[in-house]
Write a protein that binds this ligand. Structure first.
Ligand code: ZN
Length: 156
């Protein structure tokens, strides 16, 4: 396993659309392993492949119980609305208020090639939306209602 470099806002790769994974390969498994290690080290709750320079539709989401590996994920259901703050490993030091669905259900493939569904509320729901946005070149700063001030960040 290896720690991967996380691209920062301003890097053009973060603005590109990622392509679906067509078949499982040892390289993909390696990517998942490396992303797992990188996410753990970063202390974040989610990581998308484009953030480590790989334009493939692969994300990790830590739902508090396990780190879900989502290959070719799609949001299949949302309910309600929540407004809260979020940040991004690619935008260090920045936090902003965004509106996201209160409940999100996704469908994705796991590393064995099986499709499964996962859902969540609160931070997990936000994280599904945030990470899937990365696959289309969207960052949370594009969607913020407002950025938090330094003072607010200190009090998080
Ligand atoms: Zn992010």
């Amino acid at each position: 396993m290896a720690l991967l470099n996380i691209l920062k806002e301003g890097d053009e790769t973060l603005r590109k659309k990622s392509r679906p994974v067509e078949k499982l390969s040892p390289r993909l498994i390696q990517l998942l392993d490396d992303m797992q290690e990188t996410l753990k080290e970063s202390g974040g709750v989610g990581l998308a492949a484009p953030q480590v320079g790989i334009l493939r539709r692969v994300v990790l989401v830590d739902n508090g119980e396990e780190v879900l590996e989502l290959i070719n994920p799609e949001i299949i259901e949302t309910r309600g609305e929540q407004t809260d703050y979020e940040g991004c490993l690619s935008c260090p030091g920045k936090w902003g208020i965004t509106k996201r669905p209160a409940y999100v259900k996704v469908r994705a493939m796991n590393r064995k090639g099986k499709y499964y569904e996962a859902d969540g509320t609160g931070l997990t729901a936000r994280c599904f939306c945030h990470e899937l946005d990365h696959l289309d070149g969207t960052l949370f700063i594009d969607k913020v209602e407002r950025m938090l001030t330094e003072e607010e960040i200190e009090n998080l």
